[in-house]
Design a protein around this ligand. Sequence first.
Ligand code: ADP
Ligand code: ASP
Ligand code: MG
Length: 404
Amino acid sequence: MALVVQKYGGTSVGTADRIKNVAKRIIKTYEAGNDVIVVVSAMSGETNKLVALANEMSEIPDGREYDVVVATGEQVTIGLLAMHLKSLGYKAKSYQGWQVPIITDSVASKARIESIDDKNIRADLKDGAIVIVAGFQGIDAAGNVTTLGRGGSDTSAVAIAAALTADVCEIYTDVDGVYTTDPNICKEARKVEKISYDEMLELASLGAKVLQIRSVEFAKKYNVDVHVRSSLNENTGTMVTREDKEMEGILVSGVAYDKNEAKIAVMGVPDKPGIAAKILTPLSDAAISVDMIVQNVSQAGMTDFTFTVTKADLKQALLITNEVAKATQAKEVLSDENISKVSIVGLGMRSHAGVATQMFVALAANGINIQMISTSEIKISVVVDEKYTELAVRVLHDTFGLKD
Ligand code: ADP
Ligand code: ASP
Ligand code: MG
């Protein structure tokens, strides 16, 4: 007998029939003698609808109330699933985040899980119940409902698996596992059997939304093997696990893209010490993460300072940056939402030179202009015009031999 955590994403619970289908899989696991904790997302499209509604109410929705609204999608699916299991004669119990409770910090719309109280869940498991937990949500110390950022149900599942030292953590989704790139935009993408935490961390942070980045952070920290697989078939998926020798031999293991970022450029800033801190500190104070940063070589004491934020943060970031620009007597602030970040990731890059050149040559040969570049030990990212995203992904997938 094992303790199994299964997470079902939006598409997997997207209709009443799909929920019933998921119930069959849960029952099979339960009937095999396992304790089962299920984490579910909202039905596909629901969270988008809730976000759109929130944005209709206010240009920059209040964080606390935003979370109150967007957390509701998951409340529907836990109830429906538990209801169906009960109608089939199984003990089942649904939990919202606060009922577990899953304690988070207070950063609205991107809260981090701080702790999970396992007492209630354990009691229910002992009682023979199938426990069903709403993904994506928790409660802060002051009692506010919080949400964990888009895609956060993955994190709920892995954090629960870590907190209860589950034997198995399965993430059920609408593709067969983790691929060399998004199989929905590159038909030559290939499923990988296993991938290291570090590579998956990079891929997730660079836009491969198959797992939310924080779920991989939890998995790495607590050594949880995560099995990503399809809810629509029985195929073995991909194990996200500790690094081994074999993995190091692969130069590039995946290509990721992210259309979710926007570029802000502060033009004509007086180039004095402390300028980067002046521009970026108010953003971090507002819990806005800045991703890529480029500062141009200064000319006549002036420089341009460019960075990217998520599209969701753009409006607020622009308000803040315009204030700073005024205070620092910068000429103007420009922004561009039509950008995309395309990245290659691989452990083998640590020990190989020339990968970046190969990447830039391939993009240039296809007429794709690079606007920004950033690198780490195991990844290279470039910002390009959004219209070239798919082309860039396919070109790089080809260049680094990721096809079968
Ligand atoms: P869920 O609703 O189950 O959480 P998501 O839509 O969040 O599912 O994540 C699954 C999607 O991730 C896939 O449909 C696919 O389009 C996308 N994806 C992006 N990159 C990859 C990749 N490297 N491997 C697999 N899927 C990927
Ligand atoms: N429903 C949330 C979202 O769409 C969380 C998730 O699906 O993981 O972002
Ligand atoms: Mg997801």
